[in-house]
Ligand binder design. Structure first.
Ligand code: NAD
Length: 289
């Protein structure tokens, strides 16, 4: 099977490397040629355009920032008859629907470290037969126990957007609570462990927040520009299906404020800095995990 892989960034770069390590023949393309250096050194074929990349593949994978780039790339390509297009970007069903080719939407969770380790969670929308046929390809990039066929075309995108929306909402709510409790005089680590031992616990509170609290790391492997893109797409889902999403829209605005203040490339946990700056505190507990 020859796999064409377009988009070799923080996620796509290591995902494509894992496909090469699993023995697949890869043809790769990115607007930044240097992103393909390691792949080429391991035997992948570089092509000078998205069109050439697609022309040589029987499975075409895209891992691009969002709908705008997915649409731009797919407008340039004419995949050979029988090629399956697997879009692993966090994108929108409407964009993919414009292209009449056999396809799966298969966005991922698990951060850049999951892409490197090959332990991503993958949420797949599309025909069951296509999903079964391409499961081995997905297993080369993800954790076999956490690769899910979640429904027909578009369902993968929807699940992924709902995951990110809930995670960003947890981040904002948790940060607000921690900042308030700390300013009210409770030791930050005591507050966090008390909340984590209570019915208010979440995975964010128990695990992910420690990145900032213990290491001052706002996770720049996932950029604020992408986080804001995801929140915009998630709020669009609410609008499209006629569900009022007041809270989600507010979280989106808080993220947009964070992006304006700290920049497109700032880490996805940067909205925590907004609260730190406004309250004049540093959310740090020190220590190691
Ligand atoms: P990234 O910006 O690091 O990588 C995107 C890559 O696409 C870059 O190498 C860029 O040069 C390339 N690109 C952009 N436009 C192109 C075009 N027209 N033609 C060819 N290449 C083009 O982004 P990322 O962090 O790898 O994220 C990719 C997708 O995965 C996004 O949809 C993101 O929301 C999603 N995602 C990211 C993470 C994460 O932790 N970074 C986690 C889960 C999902």
């Amino acid at each position: 099977m020859n796999i064409g892989f377009i988009g070799l960034g923080n996620m796509g770069g290591p995902m494509a490397l894992n496909l090469i390590k699993a023995g697949y023949e890869l043809t790769v393309y990115d607007v930044r040629r240097e992103a393909a250096a390691e792949h080429v050194s391991l035997g992948a074929t570089w092509t000078a355009s998205a069109a050439d990349c697609a022309a040589q593949s029987d499975t075409l994978i895209t891992m691009l920032p969002g709908p705008r780039q997915v649409e731009a790339v797919m407008r340039q390509v004419t995949p050979p008859e029988g090629t399956t297009w697997i879009d692993m970007s966090t994108s929108a069903p409407d964009t993919a629907r414009r292209f009449d080719v056999p396809k799966l939407d298969a966005p991922v969770s698990g951060m850049a470290k999951g892409a490197i380790a090959g332990t991503l969670q993958i949420f797949v929308g599309g025909p069951a037969e296509l999903y079964q046929r391409h499961r081995p390809v997905l297993e080369a990039m993800g954790d076999p126990e956490r690769i899910f066929h979640v429904g027909p075309e578009g369902a993968g995108y929807t699940v992924k957007l709902m995951i990110n929306l809930l995670w960003f909402t947890h981040l904002v709510a948790t940060t607000e609570v921690l900042t308030m409790g700390m300013k009210a005089g409770v030791d930050l680590e005591t507050l966090r462990t008390s909340l984590a031992a209570s019915p208010a616990c979440s995975n964010f509170l128990a695990n992910d927040v420690l990145s900032v609290l213990r290491h001052g790391d706002y996770d720049d492997s996932f950029a604020m520009a992408l986080a804001c893109k995801d929140l915009g797409l998630a709020v669009d889902v609410g609008r499209d299906v006629g569900v009022p999403v007041e809270l989600s829209a507010l979280v989106e605005q808080i993220y947009r404020r964070g992006r304006a203040r700290y920049g497109d490339l700032a880490g996805e946990m940067s909205p925590m800095r907004l609260y730190e700056d406004l309250a004049g505190v540093e959310l740090r507990t020190g220590g190691t995990r």
